[in-house]
Design a protein around this ligand. Structure first.
Ligand SMILES: NC(=O)c1ccc[n+]([C@@H]2O[C@H](COP(=O)([O-])OP(=O)(O)OC[C@H]3O[C@@H](n4cnc5c(N)ncnc54)[C@H](O)[C@@H]3O)[C@@H](O)[C@H]2O)c1
Ligand SMILES: [Zn+2]
Length: 365
């Protein structure tokens, strides 16, 4: 394999798979289909990514019968209605879907979650391969086996754990990703650094301009470092009983901000950025985390054009949202707080005063 590519193994016993990263790695999907003895490949892409990259991918898969299925791009389409329509299409394919049919998701986290859930449930489970085309999917959504869809009651409440048979992050496909979509992935990269590896923060800082410019070699390195962190967390806690909760750093307040401001106003990456700054403020106030380290994280987020402050915060309304979150146990807010750059703890006794202090820290004006 070319020296510009990286491979990270996710060692989950029988469900072990590799994540290949770099320019041109998608050509390896054909070999993976062959090793799975695939009877056919069903490529799933949203409308945007299908228009940009499906022809290139289909051209690499000429050894097996291949079908392209598409659905309209966007989180609002990650629904049971889309799932049902795609499932109906899968079950009326000719040749018919069988246990050796393989779904290949080509796209961001929405496509990966949707295609993974289709694969988890069609015929009670068929293999799937992820070809991740957004930075968020590359560093976060494609690793860990969580699949599913959103419902009126909330995001990701219907789904299944189903590990992919392989993940391919072809940086040639990432090249067309809009800048604001890059932000969503970068916020998760900073999160990974804070929870597990302080030196990743230095790497991001040193390479911020090259990352922004979508330099393929730097992106490959960045993604490999992040996949290694996410994989290590998932492997130690595949079904989310303990330390996998560390991945929620920045997300407790972040999710409340997303709901309060609306998904159209605040992107996920911006919400997580603000959520991390807010969580850090609580950690500093409790004497858990040095103020200089919190300042370093804030400076890095600012370098990446991610927000550290926002106008229009209504603290009472946001606290209310947090206490009524379905993941909140008996009104008790649990948060992940840093104790060092690269280490976090789970704190269960977060008080309304802590949240008020955290929201004050990110309040503009
Ligand atoms: N399964 C998990 O563990 C996990 C983890 C984190 C997030 N998620 C899920 O991931 C989703 C968010 O992922 P996302 O940000 O990738 O969303 P997404 O899949 O909607 O992609 C974002 C946008 O970028 C476009 N896009 C993707 N790749 C592109 C490319 N190469 N060129 C041009 N446009 C491109 C898409 O068409 C879409 O409009 C959420 O639904 C979230 O719940 C899942
Ligand atoms: Zn996230």
């Amino acid at each position: 394999m070319s020296p510009q590519t990286e491979t990270v193994t996710v060692p989950l016993g029988e469900r072990q798979y590799t994540v290949r990263i770099g320019p041109g790695v998608a050509s390896g999907i054909a070999d993976r289909l062959a090793s799975l003895n695939a009877s056919q490949a069903v490529v799933l892409a949203d409308s945007t990514v299908a228009a940009l990259h499906s022809q290139a991918l289909l051209g690499m898969l000429e050894d097996v019968p291949t079908t392209l299925l598409t659905f309209p791009a966007g989180e609002t389409n990650k629904t049971l209605d889309t799932y049902r329509s795609l499932m109906d299409q899968l079950l009326s394919l000719s040749p018919a879907l069988d246990r050796r049919s393989v779904i290949v998701t080509l796209g961001g986290g929405v496509t990966g979650d949707m295609g993974g859930f289709l694969a988890a449930t069609a015929l009670r489970g068929i293999p799937f391969i992820q070809c991740a085309t957004s930075l968020l999917a590359a560093v976060d959504a494609s690793v860990g086996g969580k699949t599913g869809v959103d419902t009126a009651a909330g995001k990701n409440l219907v789904g299944a754990f189903h590990q992919p048979a392989g993940v391919f992050v072809d940086t040639d496909f990432l090249a067309t990703l809009p800048a604001e979509e890059l932000d969503n992935g970068l916020a998760e990269c900073v999160k990974h650094g804070v929870i597990r590896n302080g030196s990743l923060l230095g790497f991001i800082d040193d390479n911020a301009a090259a990352i922004r410019a979508m330099d393929s070699a730097v992106l490959t390195d960045l993604i490999a470092r992040n996949v290694a962190i996410k994989a290590a967390v998932v492997v130690s806690d595949e079904r989310e009983a303990g330390v996998r909760a560390h991945l929620n750093f920045g997300h407790t307040i972040g999710h409340a901000l997303e709901t309060f401001f609306g998904y159209d106003t605040l992107s996920h990456g911006q919400a997580v950025s603000l959520g991390m700054v807010a969580a850090n403020a609580i950690a500093v106030s409790r004497g858990l985390f040095p103020a200089e380290q919190a300042d370093r994280v804030k400076a890095l987020l600012t370098t990446l054009d991610l927000p550290a402050r926002i106008a229009g915060i209504d603290a009472a309304a946001i606290l209310d949202l947090m206490q009524h979150d379905k993941k909140t146990l008996a009104g008790q807010v649990r948060m992940i707080l840093p104790v060092d750059l690269g280490a976090v703890v789970i704190v269960d006794d977060i008080t309304p005063d802590d949240i008020a202090l955290a929201l004050e820290a990110i309040k503009e004006g």
